[in-house]
Every structure is written in structure tokens, then in C-alpha cells.
Ligand binder design. Sequence first.
Ligand SMILES: Nc1ncnc2c1ncn2[C@@H]1O[C@H](COP(=O)(O)OP(=O)(O)O)[C@@H](O)[C@H]1O
Ligand SMILES: [Mg+2]
Length: 359
Amino acid sequence: MSEPTTHLTKVPAPAPAREPILQVRDLVKHFPLTQGIVFRKLVGAVKAVDGVSFDLYRGETLGIVGESGCGKSTVARLLMNLETVTAGQVLYKGEDISKLSGKALKSVRRNIQMVFQDPYTSLNPRMTVGDIIGEPYEIHPEVAPKGDRRKAVEDLLDVVGLNPEYINRYPHQFSGGQRQRIGIARGLALRPEIIVADEPVSALDVSVQAQVVNLMGRLQDEFDLSYMFIAHDLSIVRHISDRVGVMYLGKIVEIGGDAEIYEHPTHPYTQALLSAVPVPDPDARERRERIILVGDVPSPANPPSGCRFRTRCWKAQERCTLEEPLLAVPAVFRGLDSPAAHDSACHFAEEKRVVPTDD
Ligand SMILES: Nc1ncnc2c1ncn2[C@@H]1O[C@H](COP(=O)(O)OP(=O)(O)O)[C@@H](O)[C@H]1O
Ligand SMILES: [Mg+2]
């Protein structure tokens, strides 16, 4: 590119505003770290999620990627209110749902459902698929009254590409891919608006992964769903994501439109992750430089000062130890979630860092 690259570039034409359905603000989850067996002494905290902010727009898929242990599942569990927040907010249509309980929580839960990673352990082996998929109706009978349930479950089986006649079978009678279809059918039972899918294909054979991802894409259109799709590998989310956020040690380090992240990653960590993604074209493979990260991921109980990635970063300088690089507040991106809206938490992001204009 001949154009001079500057650190800050103005977005040329803002995309039309879209409505965020979920707004996550400064989300923090610290797990107490204790020592001793009888007399448990608090010795610190595992900073599993340490200030995460993003918006999920209606109808989009936001991919969240990062190595094992970086806090992806904890973010998912916080969104689902399966874990209490240490600090921060989860706004669903503008209302903070992170501190809800009882009836109010139950009503929100109907709209936000989760698909779990491992279809081998997340389905109760002693229940028939009909009972598994229909179980949410026990809690929300208003969605499908008792007399209609069997039909509702058969429809769900059909929707996810399974024969409705399988309704009385047990999970062990299905393959991994089929089990994940059952998990997805269950997630759809209450007709949610949002599905948080925590590594939904990671436990599946590579040959089956694409089928499940394609199914999820089709269901998204059919049921007008917004997805948060978690993966540890950038190659999987590529096919389904409109935007991608990259996590490292409890933080989002880079977020942007799918094409931006894959073609112009600006955070060194994203560049390293991408360099490990297999490239089918042998010429492109030749040209590509493989970035091997040195060292291990530091402990989330004791993250490095300043930039958390600096201990493994080839660009790190003194400033990175002293000053934490931050992402722009996501609200600034409102209406600008075009592929251009791209931000990277790096002092030395080599390409442009796009910030929206306010006109
Ligand atoms: N219930 C818990 N108690 C203590 N530490 C936890 C708990 N759940 C997760 N962690 C720790 O929080 C960090 C993030 O975990 P997790 O969210 O599962 O990461 P990921 O899903 O990205 O692999 C890890 O260091 C993990 O060990
Ligand atoms: Mg996880």
C-alpha cells in the first residue's frame, strides 16, 4: 500500500445505525484464590475476565476467539447469569441483567440461551432426546403447553435436520454432530433472540464442524438470531462471524469486522494467531511468515503490568510495561459496526486504528 499509514484514521462513511441487543460494559470476574485445606486463606484472585466491553447487534454473529484459559467461557457464563459478576454490566435492550434474580431473571433467560461445547457431556444420558429438548418447557410452560410439546419437539428435531422419529432415543444413540444438533434444538426451544455458543464445534470431527456451523448460519436467518460464537481457533469463526473479538488473558485485545481482522490484523497477538491458521493455497503459504510466540501465557492470578501481552510480544517497549493500551469504548462504535470499525489495544498497532467521526 502506498498510502501513508497513520495511527488514527477517520471512518469515511458511517454505516446506518443498528440496534445493539446486548451491551457488555467493563465486565470483571475475579475468582478467589485460596490456600490451605481446613483453614482456607484468601491469597489472591484469578482475574478470569478483567474489563471486557463489547456490543452485540441484532442479527449479527460476533465471534470471540482466544487460547484456552483466556476467559471466553467465563464471559459466556456471566452473560447467562450463571456466574455472578465481580463488576460491570450486561445490558439487554438497555436493562442491566447482571444483578437480576427470580422472576425477572427467568423472563430474560428465555431470550438468551446457550449452546455448550461438549455434546458428549452436556446432554443427560438418562433422558430421551424428546425430554432433553423439551425440558425448557418445564420452566416456561407458556411457550408450549403440555399438549403441544411433543409436536413442538418434533418440529425442533426437523429444524435441526434430525428425523422426528428419533424423539424417544437416548443421546448415546447419536453421533457427536447429531448430539450437537440436539443441543442446538434445545437452545432454540424457547425461541430466544440471542444464542451464546461456547465452542459449539470444538469437540467435533473436522468433517462435521462445517455442517454444524452451516446449520447455525441457516437457523440464524430463519429465526432472526443474534449469536455470540466462541472458538479457540480463528479459522472456525471466519465462516460465520460478522465481527470478531480476540481475547488474551481476560481482555479483548482487538475487535473489528471480519474482513478487517482476517486481512488487516493490527494487534501482534491476532497476527500470531492468524499465522497459525492453515492456508490451503500453497503459494500463499510460502509467502506467509509464521509467527511463533515465545513463552507461556502468564497466570491470570498475576498478569503483567501495562500490556498483558508484552511478555510474549516482539514489539514490546518500555511504554508497554508502564501504560495499558485500551480499546475505545464500544458505545463510540454505535452505528459504526461496519467492517471499518476496528480497534486494537496496542500502542504500536502498525496499521491504522480506525475511530469514528462524530458527524
Ligand atoms: N470456577 C472457577 N474457579 C476458579 N477459577 C476459574 C473458574 N472458572 C474459570 N476459572 C479460571 O479462569 C480462567 C478463564 O477460564 P475460562 O473462562 O474457562 O477460559 P476459556 O473458556 O477461554 O478457556 C482460567 O484461568 C480458569 O482456570
Ligand atoms: Mg472455555
